[in-house]
Design a protein around this ligand. Structure first.
Ligand code: SF4
Length: 307
């Protein structure tokens, strides 16, 4: 159904849409986050590092054009026919005035071969003016908006200091859908105190939202975070690679086939990652997921309600 994969990968979706490899260029628009600047809190989410949620984004001291040029240079050799998506990844990429956002997004989209725009943000940072701006971009480019839900368990949401509730997330998804904007939701597996059932409940919730895409992350203990101190104090159990692979396969079975899988495992920053070390071997995790789905004779959506 999806090339050689048993799940609906973003790579497959972008190749189908653009006829060639879609390459995301991770950009840093110089944003902060209400969870860090004192509006909601000063410490940020417990797992969030000094560079925000996007450790692989380009240098924020460079202009958007320079960031794009730098990344294209690195990636074009590998995929000369590639099409590019400007991915505003670091911190909260709608946390500014619509005018300022318009300038940044516009600069990024003006680059050659830029066919789309991806914006990572929080559901409580989508005021009317920003939604209207995003609606305009949705009409002229291939746009998606990413929202970091991570979990639906209230105690976990408090533990990670997420700072918004499910109602807020639901409202944001509805507002974006009403404007025909693709929505991607992030989930984290391996949060302390979450059972398999808790984690799959979050997946069922996301499946029920009717969103376009999902991104799965394994909880990373990064050295520049409060989570690192908490882990050193408590030594809470982490998922093994096999347990993570099993969980991701269970999750994929629950998601409708139409949902685009943006990520199955994160790229930890080698210098900062404390645990789990196995997550650095991304290809082993991905091939483990392929193998497990094959062994099960299963595919994405095999257990989805509307599959
Ligand atoms: S919302 Fe995102 S950028 Fe803000 S503190 Fe949490 S993870 Fe970091």
């Amino acid at each position: 159904m999806w090339g050689d994969k048993r799940y609906h990968s973003l790579d497959w979706e972008l190749r189908k849409t653009f006829g060639s490899k879609g390459i995301k260029l991770s950009l840093d628009g110089g944003f902060t986050c209400p969870n860090r600047d004192g509006t909601l809190g000063t410490k940020g989410c417990i797992f969030c590092g000094q560079k925000g949620a996007g450790d692989f984004a380009a240098q924020r001291s460079l202009s958007i054009q320079a960031q794009i040029a730098q990344q294209k240079k690195l990636l074009s050799a590998k995929w000369p026919q590639g099409k590019f998506i400007a991915y505003f990844q670091n911190f909260t990429n709608t946390y500014a005035s619509p005018n300022h956002l318009h300038q940044l997004y516009g600069q990024a989209l003006a680059a050659r071969d830029m066919v789309g725009l991806a914006v990572a943000t929080r559901p409580d940072c989508l005021p009317q003016g920003v939604l209207d701006l995003l609606e305009c971009y949705a009409a002229k480019t291939y746009l998606w908006v990413e929202l970091g839900l991570q979990t639906i368990k209230p105690s976990s949401a408090a533990f990670i200091r997420r700072g918004f509730d499910l109602q807020c997330l639901r409202r944001a998804v509805e507002e974006l859908h009403a404007r025909k904007i693709r929505v991607v939701v992030h989930l984290i597996f391996g949060l302390p105190g979450e059972s398999n059932e808790d984690q799959l409940a979050s997946v069922r919730f996301v499946a029920g939202l009717g969103v376009w895409g999902v991104k799965f992350h394994m909880l990373h203990i990064q050295k520049d975070t409060d989570l690192y101190s908490y882990y050193r104090e408590t030594g809470f159990p982490l998922l093994t690679r096999d347990a993570y692979i099993d969980l991701v396969c269970d999750a994929l079975e629950l998601l409708p086939p139409a949902v685009v899988i943006h990520r199955l495992t994160g790229d930890g920053n080698k210098m900062l990652l404390h645990e789990p070390k196995w997550s650095l071997h991304k290809l082993r995790v991905l091939s483990g997921i392929d193998q497990e789905l094959r062994l099960r004779g299963s595919v994405q959506g095999a257990k989805a309600l509307n599959a």
